[in-house]
Ligand binder design. Structure first.
Ligand code: NI
Length: 437
């Protein structure tokens, strides 16, 4: 098995709830897919003979970032429709384009997203879209880790076609690509799936022993519609039909009352905060500080590129921290280290992968990024976490290891041909827009 030794960097393990888990001049040893040692310089076991040494002097060594909610192939729509009201944006711009997407478009769009994510230090993502076999193939090819859900909309009413597709997809891909791929079920939202349909989804999730990934309480309109149709809130409706008896990724959770927050905390629902998408679509501000105080599990995601417009988790951390401060009129809200936990260890918990990723720890999967601190915007060196959350850029990521494989070295992605991906996606985007008109 290939052995890698990363030496000389500032190792941020994310093992503690405070900021103490930092090893100056540390080293990380990797054997095959796993981390086999983390410690100060010179402490790797005497018999450890690396095939490859990586000099991390002047760099921070961190667990790979976890983007806990996105729609990867929507990178094809980046910059196509912006600054529009939500329903006009969806009905006139996004849906007509989505109707023209081919399986191959989705493969290439996912590769484009993967390329962007790797280059900005994301090693794992949770995706919900369609033609998911092609998404899985792209993940396998580019070498990332992903939790994949086939997006389900109950159309026509009572249709169970999506459930059959999802089951087939799970049978084929859950645990595939050396366990880098896990599968969840992806009912789109409480306003596109009825409670009866959702009950079938929950039953199937229990049968397959997988989780559920859903959009929840995203807009004020959704709160009004669910109240009108069912007399309750989206969160409490999901609780009533016992969705939270299986592991759930709940994207957005913007509009919540006190009881909703209590339910999310008690049922250990994996909430995903998408600050930039929520801002861009004017959905509102999720009460992240309140949720964290109440003991909710909160991760961080970009959402799709049509509503963000990038897949850069550093920008997402930055926005999340600033947004909580301005929303709560409290500059101490969501401090830097806590924000970094949302993008690493908490994201791993949200995806149900916290025994494998999210920390730099012996026995964990080797998903590791190196961030170059030798940049003007990261000098002088005071507080490392303040720099990482408030000043660092995605482009500061130099090297990425996923599952013990070197995926990017000195900014060169090694698993795919970058130029080919840019060429293919540009060509396909032009065709899509032409055909949708
Ligand atoms: Ni979404």
């Amino acid at each position: 098995m290939a052995k890698i030794l990363i030496r000389g960097g500032t190792v941020v393990t994310m093992e503690e709830e405070d900021r103490s888990a930092v090893i100056e001049n540390g080293e990380v040893a990797v054997t095959g897919p796993r981390i086999t040692h983390v410690g100060p310089a010179g402490t790797a076991p005497a018999g450890f003979k690396p095939d490859k040494e990586i000099n991390a002097a002047g760099m921070a060594v961190l667990p790979g970032l976890v983007n806990a909610h996105t729609h990867a192939a929507m990178t094809l729509f980046r910059g196509y429709a912006d600054d529009l009201p939500l329903m006009e944006w969806l009905k006139e711009k996004i849906w007509p384009l989505e109707a023209k997407l081919t399986k191959d478009d989705i493969y290439w769009g996912t590769l484009l997203c993967g390329l962007e994510m790797i280059k900005s230090g994301t090693t794992t993502f949770a995706d919900m879209y369609f033609h998911m076999n092609q998404v899985a193939q792209a993940v396998e090819k580019i070498g990332m880790r992903a939790s994949l859900s086939w997006g389900l909309i109950e159309s026509p009413p009572s249709s169970t076609v999506g459930l059959t597709l999802s089951q087939r997809f799970a049978d084929r891909w859950h645990g595939a690509a050396d366990n880098r791929i896990t599968v969840m079920l992806g009912p789109h939202a409480p306003y596109t799936c009825t409670p009866d349909f959702l009950k079938k989804v929950i039953k199937l999730a229990q049968k397959l022993n997988v989780g559920i990934h859903i959009h929840l309480a995203e807009t004020g309109q959704e709160i009004e519609d669910i109240k009108r149709d069912y007399g309750t809130t989206p969160v409490q409706l999901m609780d009533e039909i016992e969705m939270f008896e299986v592991p759930v990724i709940a994207a957005h959770c913007v509009h919540l009352n006190e009881e909703d927050i209590a339910v999310l905390a008690a049922k250990k629902v994996g909430v995903v905060h998408n600050p930039e998408s929520n801002m861009k679509l004017a959905s509102g501000i999720a009460p992240v500080k309140k949720m964290l105080t109440a003991g909710c599990l909160v991760g961080l995601g970009t959402d799709g590129a049509a509503s963000n417009n990038n897949q850069n988790m550093w920008e997402e951390m930055h926005s999340a921290a600033l947004l909580q401060k301005v929303a709560s009129n409290d500059p101490t809200a969501l401090p830097a280290y806590q924000t970094l936990t949302l993008a690493t260890v908490n994201g791993a918990k949200v995806l149900g992968l916290s025994k494998e990723i999210g920390l730099l720890k012996k026995g964990y999967k080797a998903d590791i990024i190196l961030v170059n601190l030798q940049k003007p915007h990261l000098y002088p060196h005071h507080d490392l976490f303040a720099h990482l959350v408030y000043a660092a850029q995605g482009s500061d990521v130099e090297t990425v290891i996923i599952d013990g494989q070197l995926i990017m070295e000195n900014k060169q992605v090694l698993t795919v041909d970058e130029e080919e991906i840019l060429f293919e996606t540009q060509k396909r985007a032009v065709r899509l827009i032409k055909n949708a008109k």
